[in-house]
Design a protein around this ligand. Structure first.
Ligand SMILES: *[C@@H]1O[C@H](CO)[C@@H](O)[C@H](O)[C@H]1NC(C)=O
Ligand SMILES: *[C@@H]1O[C@H](CO)[C@@H](O)[C@H](O)[C@H]1NC(C)=O
Ligand SMILES: *[C@@H]1O[C@H](CO)[C@@H](O)[C@H](O)[C@H]1NC(C)=O
Length: 227
C-alpha cells in the first residue's frame, strides 16, 4: 500500500510491454501480397517496439549503484547541511540539533536530534548497526556508506537504503557531531529519489533509526550510568 504511486509507474511499464506483444508482427517479405493493402510498415513498428524485458530493465535502473554518489544532482549525494533548504515536495525528513541546518525552515519535515552519551565515532557504529538491522538480510552490506567526507569533529556519510521489492533508492545523509565531554549528536536526512510523495516513509525511517540508536548496549551508555 505504501508504494501506490510507485506501483502505478510499474504497471504502466508492464502495460506498455503487453501492448507491444499484442501488436502483430508483419509478414515476411516473401509472403507479402505483391499488390495489396497489407504492406509491412517496418519503420512504424520499429518505433513502437518496447524494450525486450521491462521488469529486469526497471529493476536494473532502480538497483544501479549510482545513487548517493554525486554522479548527477537528482540521484542524491553528499549534502551540505549549512546550505540545505527544504524541497517543495514532502518526500524528505530531517532530524538535527536546533542550531544545525539553519536554512531548513519547514518545521513539518524536521525534528530535534537527541544527544547521546557516546563519542561521534561510537555513534556512527551504533547508527550503522541500526541501519543494518532494518534490512531483512545482508544488512552489513547495505549499512556501508557509498560516499564520505571524514572530519574529526563533523564527519559526513551517505547511505542508500532500498525498498525491499521494487528497489526504490532512498538516500540517507548523516553527519556525526562531537558535542563535548564524550557526548555527540547527529544530523540525519532521509529523502527519496523517485516519487513526489513518500507517504511518510522518510519520516518513519528517521524516527525508527533514532529509536534504534537510543537502544544502545549498556556499555555504550556507561557515561550516563556512572554519574
Ligand atoms: C523558508 O525560507 C524561505 C526562503 O527564505 C521562505 O521563502 C519560506 O517562506 C520559508 N518557509 C517557512 C515555512 O518559513
Ligand atoms: C564538560 O564538563 C565540564 C566539567 O563537568 C564542564 O565544566 C564543561 O562545561 C563541559 N563541557 C561541555 C562542552 O559540556
Ligand atoms: C559493548 O559490548 C559489546 C558486546 O559485549 C561489544 O561487542 C562492544 O564492542 C562493546 N562496545 C564498547 C564501545 O565497548
Amino acid at each position: 500500500m505504501a508504494h501506490m504511486p510507485r506501483l502505478v509507474t510499474l504497471l504502466l511499464l508492464v502495460t506498455e510491454h503487453a501492448s507491444g506483444i499484442l501488436f502483430k508482427p508483419c509478414l515476411k517479405p516473401r509472403l507479402r501480397p505483391r499488390f495489396g493493402l497489407k504492406r509491412c510498415r517496418r519503420r512504424r513498428r520499429r518505433f513502437i517496439r518496447p524494450p525486450p524485458n521491462p521488469l529486469p530493465l526497471y529493476l536494473g535502473v532502480m538497483g544501479a549503484p549510482v545513487y548517493g554518489r554525486d554522479i548527477l544532482p537528482f540521484l542524491g549525494g553528499l549534502i551540505d547541511f549549512e546550505a540545505l533548504e527544504p524541497r517543495s515536495s514532502p518526500n524528505e525528513y530531517l532530524a538535527a540539533p536546533v542550531d544545525a541546518a539553519p536554512l531548513f525552515n519547514d518545521t513539518a519535515k524536521r525534528i530535534v536530534a537527541p544527544t547521546y552519551p557516546v563519542s561521534a565515532e561510537e555513534l556512527r557504529t551504533s547508527f550503522e548497526n541500526a541501519l543494518a538491522k532494518r534490512q531483512p538480510f545482508n544488512g552489513d552490506f547495505w549499512a556501508k556508506p557509498v560516499q564520505e567526507d571524514s572530519d574529526a569533529f563533523a564527519s559526513r556519510f551517505v547511505y542508500v537504503e532500498r525498498t525491499p521489492l521494487f528497489r526504490f533508492p532512498d538516500v540517507v545523509n548523516v553527519q556525526f557531531l562531537e558535542v563535548g565531554n564524550g557526548t555527540s549528536t547527529l544530523i540525519l536526512h532521509s529523502a527519496s529519489v523517485y516519487g513526489l510523495d513518500d507517504l511518510g516513509k522518510n519520516r518513519e525511517r528517521v524516527e525508527d533509526l533514532l529509536k534504534r540508536i537510543s537502544d544502545l548496549p549498556a556499555n555504550m551508555t556507561a557515561t550516563a550510568v556512572s554519574v
